[in-house]
Design a binder for this molecule. Structure first.
Ligand code: ADP
Ligand code: MG
Length: 731
């Protein structure tokens, strides 16, 4: 194995940047060419079909079979002209990632000698019944029907990957329950649209629709694929289970925003090219804080579309990495001791009249609207902080939250000094006239030729899991490998429910005779007081904050299986049912899936760790130990007893250290296997996950500690797997 390590290191070191497949043409010349967007629709659909489809997309009208047939015909023509031979319904099961089953366009009558023809009917476009019995359903399908349906989501455009037309769909059970992320996401977006439009009407009667916007920032690591292949832990779990810190990692902060390495630069160009073809407006790329960590972000867009684009982008990134001799790591915490990867979800609401509801306004009326939305979001996050945390919590993300430069596993909201002071003023004010914000605070630098810099309305606080950043909230607790939909379903749902309640309360005041602005003002004042515990502008990484948060009554649970419980609390069920996003049955089923997934992840990691240490590390440590023993033995042959004892003293110390560590490791691994056996016998998915968390997981750090110490003493020539310095600094 160590031979393999050195070969991999040598080869990785020699690799040059791969050729870039992006053409030397303006981005706009190929942007969106692989997606059936408005421009393509105009070309391939009749005017009546396009108008009818637009009504379906924009006004949520139902898609009838005849319309589906017309759309399918146009879509097929476009797809075949662009090299597609197959089609698939592309959906988002609860496994994270996407699923697809490809069928060819060909049909034939079955009569002997009859020719095949390319067919694609409205029926095939609109609905399918994949044999999906092995997708997780949390028991929903087992008890009733094994069947699941996929149905087209016309609001997300179809696209072509290689030779296949991909049709974004929802995935539901025979009994109509959601088995995916898209179904509840669409419902949550609909709920927040309705609730927000109602509230907007206090300020502007012309608003007809409110959009939820998402701009994600995807962090990732790239590792040379030869090195990756020599690490069973990376291959099977996506993270390193052992490995001592490199003497140098991110402490000098010389990687962040540094010049991008050439192999990575070529990779970035290629993924951007691929993304542009799908109409994904990729905007930002840079090095991240940790060595070999990078980030990619598009311009924000409508949330449903943006979620799809992120999923598509993650699969493109994975695929293209291979062409460049890399492996993509989307895991939230591939390396201990250095930064993990998140996926900041920048989120906002905006009206069809072009007003950003989280953008401070220019007039007092606009500002009252802005404050109304900010305060309601505060309330929503305050009341549902445990639920919001549950929406982004996974086995992987648990390693990241609360560790290096990641928000803690406690949800709080950072508002920045300016908005905070407005709320503080408002809380004490006696009249609604108090709301005035300078939307453009300008700072003059006093340096010639440098234009004045517009001061962000917020300070930057990287430690907050949910931060106001001038015209949006940045939900930073989301993990890098997650489907953004999970957090977006919950966030949009809690805000929708809160806005509904706000509207009800204000309307009641108005009915009692209060003036509109006065009623809004009074309710907001109450909310500002009540939601205070969720506001925290200090250092979220500090120990003091953990104590303080507990005192404030915020959810501080760190055990993933228990955090997940929040989905099925009485309040959560009531909330999701009241806005018709998820039913109690669906919530329970989804939790079953979450617990099962948690257990499986820990189980796999535990097996890989046991195998690694018993079969890869201990044999090597033993071999080194026996070479030291041999040396000491020979000293006694050559020298006097006293002299040999003196010369061999240090080696003897190392021999004993290795012995002790090996025996601790063996005992710990054995105990871990026993703990697994006990856990595996538990029937309930919830209890099993708790057992894995409480009884199996704690062994990981104990075992790793011993192995990492061995790495420091065992001969480097023998060490079988690439060390952190090799994984992180070869690019
Ligand atoms: P950062 O400084 O945090 O890296 P960026 O300027 O790179 O922020 O933007 C991060 C993301 O936020 C981008 O996708 C951007 O388009 C998005 N974004 C900007 N404004 C909004 C908004 N009003 N609503 C949602 N997302 C937004
Ligand atoms: Mg950001």
């Amino acid at each position: 194995m160590s031979k393999l390590r050195f070969k991999a290191v040598e080869e990785a070191y020699k690799k040059k940047a791969a050729a870039v497949s992006a053409p030397e043409a303006l981005t706009s010349s190929y942007y969106g060419k692989s997606v059936f967007n408005k421009a393509q629709m105009t070309k391939y659909l009749s005017k009546e079909t396009l108008d009818a489809l637009t009504a379906v997309i924009e006004r949520g009208e139902t898609l009838d079979r005849e319309l589906a047939n017309h759309v399918a015909a146009g879509m097929k023509a476009w797809a075949i002209e662009n090299g597609a031979t197959h089609y698939t319904h592309w959906f988002q099961p609860l496994t994270e990632g996407t699923a697809e089953k490809h069928d060819s366009f060909i049909e034939y009558s079955g009569a002997p000698g009859s020719p095949v023809i390319e067919e694609f009917s409205g029926k095939l476009l609109a609905q399918q019944e994949p044999d999906a019995s092995s997708f997780p359903s949390g028991g929903i399908r087992n008890t009733f029907e094994a069947r699941g349906y996929t149905a087209w989501d016309p609001s997300s455009p179809a696209f072509i990957v290689d030779d296949t037309l991909c049709i974004p769909t929802v995935f539901i059970s025979y009994t109509g329950e959601a088995l995916d992320y898209k179904t509840p996401l669409l419902k949550a977006l609909n709920a927040v649209d309705k609730a927000a439009v109602d509230v907007c009407h206090y300020f502007d009667k012309s608003v007809k629709k409110v959009f939820s916007y998402l701009g994600w920032e995807q962090e990732y690591f790239l590792i040379d694929d030869g090195l990756y292949a020599t690490r069973p832990d990376l291959m099977l779990t996506g993270r390193t289970l052992i490995g001592h810190d490199s003497a140098k990692d991110q402490q000098l902060e010389d990687h962040y925003f540094g010049s991008v390495p050439t192999r990575v630069q070529a990779y970035m160009k290629d993924i951007e090219y691929e993304g542009y073809k799908y109409g994904i407006p990729l905007k930002t790329r840079h090095n991240e804080v940790a060595p070999n960590q990078f980030e990619l972000a598009p311009i924000f867009g409508e949330t449903n579309l943006s979620v799809d684009q992120n999923l598509l982008m993650m699969s493109i990134m994975k695929k293209v990495a291979r062409r460049h001799g890399f492996r993509l790591l989307l895991h939230e915490k591939p390396f201990a001791g250095i930064n993990g990867s998140g996926k900041h979800n920048n989120w906002s609401l905006g009206t069809d009249t072009g007003v950003g509801l989280l953008t401070p306004g220019k007039t007092p009326e606009e500002n009252l609207q802005f404050i109304t939305f900010v305060v309601n979001i505060l309330m929503a996050v305050y009341k549902n902080n445990a639920l919001l945390k549950a929406s982004i919590m996974t086995a992987q993300n648990a390693h990241r939250l609360g560790a290096n430069e990641a928000p803690p596993a406690i949800i709080s909201v950072f508002l920045g000094s300016q908005v905070s002071s407005v709320l503080d003023k408002l809380e004490k004010a006696t009249s609604e006239q108090a709301i005035v914000i300078d939307s453009k605070q300008r700072m003059r630098l006093g340096i010639a030729k440098i234009p004045e810099v517009l001061l962000d309305n917020t300070d930057r606080n990287r430690t907050s899991p949910f931060a106001f950043t001038g015209n949006r909230f940045e939900f930073r607790a989301v993990g890098s490998s997650a489907n953004c939909a999970s957090g977006m379903i919950t966030l949009n749902a809690i805000v929708a429910a809160q806005l509904k309640e706000f509207k009800k309360t204000v309307d009641a005041e108005i009915t009692k005779g209060a003036a509109k602005n006065k009623a809004i003002f009074e309710v907001l004042k109450k909310y500002i007081k009540e939601s205070k515990p969720i506001r925290f502008d200090g250092n979220g990484y500090s120990e003091e904050w953990k104590e303080e948060a507990a005192k404030r009554g915020l959810d501080c649970e760190t055990s993933v299986p228990l955090i997940i419980d929040a989905h099925t609390s009485k309040d959560a069920v009531k909330l999701f049912e009241s806005i018709e996003v998820l039913s109690e049955r669906e919530l329970h089923a989804r939790n079953e899936v979450k617990w099962e997934t948690y257990t499986k992840k820990i189980q796999i990691e535990s097996r890989v760790l046991g195998d690694l240490v018993l079969n890869h590390i201990i044999p090597v440590a033993t071999k080194y130990q026996s070479s030291l023993l041999d040396n000491v033995y020979k000293l006694y042959q050559v020298y006097s007893k006293e002299k040999a004892s003196e010369l061999g003293a240090l080696d003897k110390g190392i021999i004993e250290e290795i012995s002790e560590r090996i025996s601790i490791i063996k005992y710990r691994v054995e105990a871990m296997i026993e703990a697994r056996k006990v856990a595996n016998k538990i029937e309930s998915e919830r209890e099993k996950a708790i057992e894995y968390h409480d009884k199996v997981l704690p062994f990981f750090d104990e075992i790793r500690y011993q192995v990492d110490k061995l790495e420091l003493v065992v001969d480097n020539e023998l060490w079988p797997m690439p060390k952190y310095r090799e994984l992180l600094f070869i690019r």
